[in-house]
Design a protein around this ligand. Structure first.
Ligand code: BEZ
Ligand code: MG
Length: 550
């Protein structure tokens, strides 16, 4: 668990003091409240002015609780090393909480603990390098499925004819409802078009829950043959669905496309069936949009109903992450163009994939929001660059097609009580539970240079979200700057462990300021520049063994 720390803890204690103060003591209560508001503002919580004190306090209390309870990785996994006893206990507690009925019995816990200690990873690695047999095991997420232990086995993913599983279909329906409820609350109406990103590994872990969610939004389910094997898509009647069919434009990762060809066709078929259904257009947004496209472009309905996009065969990623990494781009429009060029290959229900940039742009012009699920505690949206590469990339492409940045949402499936967060909320949560949290960064710094690289990656990925969505709050950069660059002791530690990454981290903050993603005051900017120069000098002063280069 992330736990609560430093000023966040002070704020939590102040709230507890307010709660236990007798309401009759009006003056103490109101002065405590004023302090709380002050502290919360210092910590960049968003407060509303015109609400009663108890509502404001309750909201802050629940935000702090969410931070405290969020699961985070504690350091990196070292191949071949079993978790320590403390780590095992924390892991077991998290696994027990993730169980639907909240409990394992003592015997089950003891079995799991034994398997956590039973580490064959290096042995298995050596066997695989020797081309020898390794015991197989189904893939999965440790928190949800203890059967994947012990580690160090050969992960076989799935039975492709049974994905999505019956469980995943029900899960996908529930997730679709959670998403639509949040959108109703935020926007007062259902969206017409959702842009959704699907990854391969995540679908393997969840038996296909994300792709089932895409089907659920469309109002379709898998059709099974008499052996229970996947045999295409069928529509749920509108009378059962009870709402319009949402138009879903799906972006597949290259890995999904490679691993799951049957499922790729399944989604394409669901979209085509929806476009063909003889239903009122205000109850079937796919049909409405496909007919409009067909009328304008005089194409067949099969083309107008293409909704599954990915890379060309053999290609992976949108390359937006590479542009951000190199920092060599001027205009956000370049990011949108790069995305569209790479991800405009339409995968239909029958034919080979074809490049359809105009169709993609026309669908993107109708998109109301972009969405992806988060499936693992290990990887947040600021941990790796693939999230902003695709979800951020498509958001920027929507902005380019419509002139407006669409809202971006993350469906957090990593804990028992799944919830949907805005991108702004998700980045704020990860910044507070990870980057600014001593428990997280000290866990990383134990790993020396690689830990510093992980911290730097968090900052670079945050910049990737600013560049692709514009939905990162400026305080995020300010607090990261204060924690890792402007604090002299910390700057020295990072520079000693990894001079190159610490110089890059400072450089990213300056880049964020240059690109106007935050506006530090002159003194902060000056201090950052000086720190950046000092770190750069250190990199230039490094000496390497003969022949080695940076
Ligand atoms: C995937 O499984 O599709 C995936 C995994 C990591 C990064 C990007 C995609
Ligand atoms: Mg890659």
């Amino acid at each position: 668990k992330a736990d609560i720390y430093n000023e966040l803890r002070d704020l939590q204690e102040e709230i507890a003091r307010w709660s236990s103060t007798d309401p009759a003591n009006v003056s103490l209560k109101s002065s405590l409240f004023a302090d709380i508001v002050d502290q919360a503002r210092q910590l960049d919580f968003i407060l509303t002015d015109d609400e009663p004190a108890d509502i404001i306090i309750e909201r802050l209390r629940s935000e702090l609780l969410a931070i405290e309870q969020t699961l985070i990785p504690h350091g990196l996994h070292v191949a071949g090393e079993a978790p320590t006893q403390d780590e095992r206990l924390e892991l077991l507690a998290a696994m027990a909480e993730a169980q639907p009925d909240g409990k394992f019995d003592a015997h089950a816990l003891a079995q799991i603990e034994k398997k956590l200690c039973d580490n064959h990873e290096l042995d298995a690695l050596m066997r695989s390098l020797d081309g020898r047999y390794i015991q197989p095991v189904a893939g999965g997420d440790l928190l949800r499925n203890p059967d994947i232990l012990p580690t160090g086995r050969n992960i076989h993913g799935l039975d492709p004819c049974r994905m999505p599983s019956g469980f995943a279909v029900r899960d996908g329906m529930r997730q679709a409802k959670v998403l639509l409820d949040r959108l109703q609350a935020d926007q007062g109406q259902l969206p017409e078009t959702v842009a959704m990103v699907l990854w391969g590994a995540d679908n393997l872990k969840s038996e296909g829950a994300q792709l089932a969610q895409a089907l659920a939004l469309i109002g379709a389910t898998p059709k099974l043959d008499s052996y229970g094997r996947l045999a295409g898509a069928e529509l749920v009647p509108l009378s059962v669905l009870g709402r319009p069919r949402i138009d879903v434009v799906v972006t597949l990762s290259g890995i999904f496309r490679d691993l799951l060809p049957l499922q790729t066709r399944l989604i394409a078929e669901a979209a085509l069936e929806a476009a063909k259904a003889d239903e009122p257009e205000d109850m079937n947004f796919i049909r409405a949009h496909a007919l409009a496209y067909q009328a304008k472009h005089e194409c067949d309905l099969e083309t107008a109903a293409l909704r599954v996009f990915s890379n060309a065969q053999g290609a992976y990623g949108s390359n937006v992450n590479q542009l951000i990494d190199a920092g060599c781009w001027d205009d956000e429009e370049e990011l949108a163009e790069t995305y569209t060029q790479r991800k405009c290959f339409a995968y239909g229900a029958s034919n080979a994939p074809t490049a359809q940039p105009d169709l993609l742009n026309s669908i993107l012009a109708d998109v109301d929001l972009a969405y992806q699920n988060l499936e693992s505690v290990d990887l947040g949206i600021t941990t790796i660059d693939h999230y902003f590469d695709t979800l951020g990339g498509i958001s920027q492409a929507v902005k380019s097609a419509t002139g407006n940045a669409p809202p971006v949402y993350i469906g957090d499936q990593t804990s028992g009580d799944e919830c949907v967060r805005s991108l702004q909320e998700q980045v704020a949560l990860e910044t507070r539970t990870r980057a600014l949290n001593p428990k997280w960064y000290e866990g990383m710094l134990r790993h020396g240079y690689e830990g510093v690289r992980q911290i730097e990656a968090h900052v670079s990925n945050t910049l990737g979200w600013s560049a692709t969505t514009g939905q990162v709050d400026p305080w995020v950069y300010q607090k990261i700057g204060e924690t890792f660059v402007l604090d002299e002791e910390m700057r020295r530690r990072l520079a000693q462990l990894n001079p190159k990454s610490s110089a890059r981290l400072a450089g990213r903050l300056l880049e964020a300021s240059d690109r106007d993603y935050w506006q530090p005051d002159e003194a902060t900017l000056e201090a950052l520049r000086n720190a950046g120069d000092e770190l750069e000098d250190r990199v230039e002063g490094l000496t390497f063994p003969e022949g080695a280069t940076l």
